[in-house]
Design a protein around this ligand. Structure first.
Ligand code: NAP
Length: 254
């Protein structure tokens, strides 16, 4: 299958995500024809999209909540109806919780875990099955460096991302004999709505840089793991294995 066909249509889960929209804008310069943006607040998604001339007639905004498990299969069916076939699915749902670890109530921790792990994971299960039936497709899962090793300041978010990352790896393996690929993206700190009010971490990047890294692997015929920036990969390879007291010092309150 050619690159053009793969990128003709897209579904974004978490359709108002700045990273998700940056990917869509980038794809729009490369022939994306239609996109479904799925999220909780349709007006807010339209506002986040803005008056993009390349996308203004190409977008459907569909109401969808990642925590409503019963809505996942109908959403994917609706997207297939609107798009014809779904070439790319970007999973960009997320909630950071602004570095609350131990201070979180059980209710807050539960919401963070469901929003970052079980909600999107269940949706990806519906996506994986639909793309397998369809016979082709590319799934992009936005994971995080935070999932590579939990930090005391945000271990709830980090552990949820670790779960989603592991789930996406397994999904990719389960689909390996089909024409469906699963790419996992692990950004470090990205300046976006999600990180408003936080001091940028070292190596902070932007949604546009993440979008460039995603688009660069989109046509890969093998499942890919993409760190953004790229040097985070080897760095975390080392940091994942340093002794806990040293890790706590390096991670600090970040
Ligand atoms: N920004 C970073 O530093 C960073 C770093 C690494 C990874 N990431 C990951 O990148 C992805 C995109 O983040 P971003 O930076 O683009 O932040 P963002 O603009 O805040 O995007 C997150 C999106 O998730 C949506 N969402 C939250 N709960 C939802 C739910 N229950 N159902 C449906 N949608 C829901 C939000 O919608 P609402 O507007 O309705 O809340 C928002 O559109 C996330 O998975 C995030 O964890 C971000």
């Amino acid at each position: 299958m050619g690159a053009e066909r793969r990128m003709r249509t897209a579904l974004v889960l978490g359709g108002g995500s700045e990273i998700g929209l940056a990917i869509v804008r980038r794809l729009a310069t490369q022939g994306l024809e239609r996109v479904v943006l799925a999220g909780r607040d349709r007006d807010a998604i339209r506002l986040a999209l803005g008056p993009d001339p390349l996308l203004v007639d190409a977008v459907d905004v569909v109401a969808w909540d990642a925590l409503d498990v019963a809505s996942h299969e109908p959403l994917v069916a609706r997207a297939a109806e609107l798009l014809g076939s779904i070439d790319v699915v970007v999973c960009a749902v997320g909630l950071l919780g602004h570095h609350a670890g131990l201070s979180m109530t059980a209710t807050d921790a539960d919401l963070l875990l469901r929003t970052n792990f079980t909600g999107p994971a269940a949706a990806l299960s519906a996506v994986g099955q639909a793309l397998e039936r369809q016979g082709h497709g590319t799934i992009v899962v936005i994971s995080s460096v935070a999932g590579a090793r939990a930090r005391r300041s945000n271990f709830v978010y980090g552990s949820a991302k670790a779960g989603l990352d592991s789930y996406a790896q397994g999904l990719g393996d389960a689909l390996v004999d089909t024409d469906v690929r699963v790419h996992i993206v692990r950004p470090g700190f990205v300046v976006s709505k999600m990180t408003t009010g936080l001091d940028p971490a070292p190596m902070a990047t932007t949604p546009a840089v993440v979008a460039d890294a995603v688009v660069a692997v989109l046509d890969s015929t093998t499942n890919r793991i993409v760190w953004v920036p790229g040097r985070l990969g080897p760095m975390m390879g080392v940091l994942r294995n340093v002794p806990a007291p040293l890790w706590r010092r390096i991670a600090g309150d970040r």
